[in-house]
Design a protein around this ligand. Sequence first.
Ligand code: GLY
Length: 348
Amino acid sequence: MQYRTIAVEASRSYNIHIGAGLLSSIGDMIRPAVGCCRLAVLTDSNVESLYGNSIMDNLRSAGYEACKFVIPAGEASKCAENLLAFLNFLAAERLTRSDAVVAFGGGVVGDLGGLSASLYLRGVKYIQVPTTLLAAVDSSVGGKTAIDIPAGKNLVGSFYQPSMVCCDTALMDTLPAEIYRDGCAEVIKYGVILDAALYRLLHDVPFERESVVARCVEIKRDVVQQDEFDNGIRGLLNFGHTFGHAIEKLSDFGVSHGAAVAKGMVIAAKVAPLCGLCDIVEELSSLLVRYGFDISCPYSASEIYNALLSDKKRRGGTISVVLPRAIGDCTLVDLPVEELETLLEKVI
Ligand code: GLY
């Protein structure tokens, strides 16, 4: 089977394998990372109905003893109740420190599975098996794990690197169009923040999935290797996310992550020229519209501003915002919160 491997050197070093059809040899693929152990697979109800039997059959035929825990699909599942329920499941199944968790799904499953693995017995290995484009290019790579709490998204979490990422790009064939499109927002983000050549490639709609996923993963790998614990350049990955998270929160997660990030990137692009940086609004908006995004903002400047005040990127009286200097070149700007309020009033 043909696949690409991208190596990550972080506090834990690991390989990311990317290719169509990898699920059919998942058991053999993960052996170098976890050895012979028991596996607890975490997945969601959508992935379970499509691929739940395939992964369990494959793991068992490769000689693994494996159990499975299924959560309802959707962002609401990334919660403290499911974290505790899965931890109780791991304990009831008597998983030991030499065993491993397999997070088989999109960002919710990956974040919850990773956080559980970092907490259970003070840390067991875990493997990310992303099934959405968004998880493949972003959340499965780099070791950020989290749950949401009522005060906000991803407010409780850890940095905990997986032992391997195994990305079967063929699984994305069955994604509903709007879920696939969510991932396209993250892909476009990589082009804007760090890679003008990738950005140009994305004008061929639809893009060639495997090579584009691999390029995004390489970009994220390079960023994570420089700033694993998110004290500097890793903040660039938040382009569109500061405003996007505010929109997600205001909509009570009715606006999906990718759709919110698309709107957030346009707001950030509009703020940039007001801060003396370049104007990519037309260019970025037209590409997002070609991908089917509605780039209008359904909330007022003051609603967005108030939602931003609980953002974890806020430090004291400033909030860190990623702004474009050009396509392929973004910068982090710390804006005083009152200034941000005035800027938002001008662009929304
Ligand atoms: N999703 C942003 C990061 O991993 O830093």
